[in-house]
Design a protein around this ligand. Structure first.
Ligand code: GLV
Ligand code: MN
Ligand code: MN
Length: 399
């Protein structure tokens, strides 16, 4: 019953009624409520909760120390995200501890549940911000200056929640204390459906990144400006989106433009600027670099024809992740030969994998839909995920 209770208590937090999706952005009221829920549940279990210098939460079963077995995920969401992406890993971690205790297992090394800040990058633009800060994959200077849509900096946002912005940054001692990190996550595709398995083990993560595209032009009247006199950044933007789709298709990559800001955003005015964000992913880094290069080139050429301006900035980049083969095989073995599969989705586990032995468990998603309200996992599969995580934690940390 423990999974259902934990899940049910967290479910209403940050849900946006009109869409049924979640708006749990870091360092907002909804996020604070999620964090408070975690602290309460961890404390109820006698775990020792601490907030690290980057705002990530750690709940320890036993004293913190070297060789720790750490599990966990994140509680923030994309705009109108699903209930499972992130929270399934956190809820399952607490439920797995309950399960281990119920069968009398005790850790022989420190065991912790971690909740990482701003995994989705939905507020400040850089995904896996908490784990990137922890590992040093982003500099504290850059992180402090990141701004949300209202111009609030990360430094201001963390300060408003009682964290010292000057303390943000790599946490080497904490990082070195992690012996192994295992993140359980809802699968964000249909791999496990096709394999007919409730739980799988991750093999790799596609390299991916985010590029900000700024198209600039000349604001003018929609009713009086001849087409040939216009410098319309919307036109350049639209052609670039089509080019991105085509280049990605030809390269076997993925390109998505899901976020766009138009200035001044008036119906009867040619825009002065269009700001758009490209999310690109590919099976390997060479393909990713090539496809992004081609999209940028297409945007430049189109801008030259349209008389508009174009500039691009890489806001985040995550290299290909190959999870440690021995750990992956050990987990698959503990789980009785669970299938091993890759993913195109990014995770804190992917960032941590560069520094510590890391693995991931996936729980079957019947439709494969994710980053949307329809994201789902059936209860029996969630419970299979909890049992799998408990078995893995027991193997890694309790004997
Ligand atoms: C995170 O979920 C991502 O892959 O963008
Ligand atoms: Mn996500
Ligand atoms: Mn996630």
């Amino acid at each position: 019953m423990t999974f259902e209770k934990l899940w049910g208590d967290l479910l209403p937090v940050g849900r946006y009624g009109p869409t049924g999706g979640y708006r749990r952005y870091s360092w907002t009221a909804a996020d604070a409520e999620c964090r408070a829920w975690f602290v309460e549940e961890a404390t109820r279990r006698g775990l020792t909760v601490e907030t690290d210098r980057n705002g990530n939460l750690w709940a320890w079963w036993g004293a913190p120390g070297p060789g720790a077995v750490v599990t966990g995920s994140h509680l923030d969401s994309v705009p109108d995200g699903g209930a499972f992406d992130g929270p399934l890993g956190v809820v399952s971690a607490l439920a797995a501890i309950d399960l281990l205790r119920a069968r009398g297992a005790r850790p022989v090394r420190p065991l912790a549940v971690a909740v990482f800040v701003e995994e989705e990058g939905a507020r400040f633009g850089v995904p896996c911000l908490g784990s990137r800060l922890l590992t040093g994959a982003i500099s504290p200077e850059r992180a402090r200056g990141l701004r949300d849509a209202d111009g609030v900096t990360l430094a201001e946002a963390v300060a408003a929640h009682g964290l010292d912005p000057d303390a943000l940054g790599p946490d080497t001692e904490r990082l070195r204390s992690i012996g192994v990190f295992v993140e359980l996550h809802v699968e964000q595709g249909r791999g496990l459906v096709d394999l007919g398995a409730p739980v799988g083990v991750a093999s790799s993560i596609w390299p991916h990144g985010r590029w900000r595209f700024d198209f600039t032009g000349e604001a003018n009247h929609a009713g009086t400006t001849r087409l040939e006199d216009r410098r319309d950044p919307m036109l350049t933007f639209a052609n670039t989106v089509l080019a991105a789709r085509k280049k990605a298709r030809l390269a076997g990559a993925l390109a998505t433009v899901g976020k766009v800001h138009v200035e001044p955003n008036g119906t009867n005015a040619i825009p002065s600027a269009v700001h758009a964000w490209l999310d690109a992913r590919a099976p390997d880094e060479e393909t990713l670099r090539a496809v992004v290069g081609e999209i940028v080139q297409a945007a430049r050429e189109r801008a030259a024809r349209d008389g508009t301006g174009f500039a691009e900035t890489c806001e985040s980049y995550t290299p290909v992740v190959e999870f440690a083969g021995d750990l992956r095989d050990r987990l698959a073995g503990v789980l009785g030969g669970a299938p091993v599969l890759p993913t195109g989705a990014g995770h804190d586990a992917g960032v941590l994998a560069a520094e510590v032995p890391t693995a991931m468990l996936f729980v079957r998603n019947p439709t494969g839909v994710s980053h949307a309200p329809a994201e789902h996992a059936e209860l029996p599969d969630c419970l299979a995920g909890v049992a799998a995580l408990a078995a893995v934690l027991e193997d890694l940390g309790c004997r």
